[in-house]
Design a protein around this ligand. Sequence first.
Ligand code: UD1
Length: 424
Amino acid sequence: MGTLIVSGGRRLRGAVRVAGGKNSSLAVIAAAALAPDVSTLDNVPACRDVATLVAILEALGVRVSRAGGRLTIDARGLRGHVAPYDLCRSMRASFYTAGVLLGRSGRAQVPLPGGCSIGARPVDFHLRGFAALGARVATEHGYMKASTRRLKGTSFYVPRSSVGTTINLMMAATTARGTTVLQNAAREPEVVDCAVFLNLMGARVRGAGTDTITIEGVATLHGNAYTIIPDRLEAGTYLLAGAATGGDVLVEGMIPEHVTALLTKLEEAGAEVVRDTDGVRVRGGELRAVDVDTAPYPGFATDLHPQMVAVLTQARGTSTIRETIFEARFAYTDELRRMGADIKVEGESVHVTGPARLTGAPVEAPDIRGGAAVLIGALAAAGDTEIAQVENLDRGYEGLEAKLTALGARVARGGAMRAAEAGG
Ligand code: UD1
């Protein structure tokens, strides 16, 4: 297990360029495997979750090569219908292989993603959706097994806004017989990105970005070239790191409209936010407490909640953050408390009182975004912090040390890093 050593207490200053979207990439890479053809994807971040999905697809016969940020995906040789357990269990997005295999061959056996440290995160909506599309669906021995000769169009109401369900069903329905209507669909930019690429592949998807998506089934799909959108969660993380350290950070290449809820809250908390056509600059200063409810897009992203709490440890007064998407996303609060934060968890709410004088401590990155919160705490803390399980940060953040160093942070990898690099 690798560690990251952070010498904190320095204001972050400077510019970083945002990477391509991690969650978008996972959806679009999966979508590329729907066509027995070759696709070229640009702006794909080199992070561990992308590497894991690529390894899963390779195990199914897809050939993938990388040159810089470009992935070439040759899915002509996709064969078999059983996704490998060892690779799938660590990552929930591995379940996208279910929609791909069903859409492509009408047969899928995919491990049920295990529990996760941020909540139960079941896949019951996905299974109900596949059944509505006409597949026979069963779960046994830890796998979902689904099969059909050809999926058929249907109307399906997603029981609760779900990014993964929306993307999985949208992919599966592209080659179904007839038209599928998804109601209460997720409106996240990653859903739109996937739909745009599916249409470039010859699919007929309308309404992505609204809560009703219509997919008219087509007989075949073909490969195409596409550029992944910027990562709004990575962008938000660096902006929040700037705010927490009282610094001045410009994130270049991002789409400001994707993080409007975040920027509005940062302004309410007293940070200075400058929106530009190609970037956003945040200047920290005297911050004050604000209340935040996480919500599906365009609401405040649950994946920015932990980092926002790290910032609010430095704000005057008591802030309350209510987590409405993932009921157990609080492991990071124990770590921030070890650094001196005043945080109480009550049901689905976090109460954080500041400004706290944080000091470096041995801590760990409990999950991707929880890890980012711990990192922001470490950057704001006086002295050295050693963050264990840095692999969790590497799941979602490309070039972490290089970007932080460019902003003037002092960070270094601990000794056990080599294994993590080999895996990602
Ligand atoms: C995706 C993102 C994740 C983000 C989340 C919410 C990827 C790879 N991951 O995760 O970073 O935090 O959206 O924006 O894109 N649910 C069920 N049954 C289901 C499916 C979901 O109960 O079958 C629940 C979940 O437990 C959760 C809520 O619905 O409470 C939303 O989950 P969902 O949007 O599906 O999250 P993911 O797609 O897994």
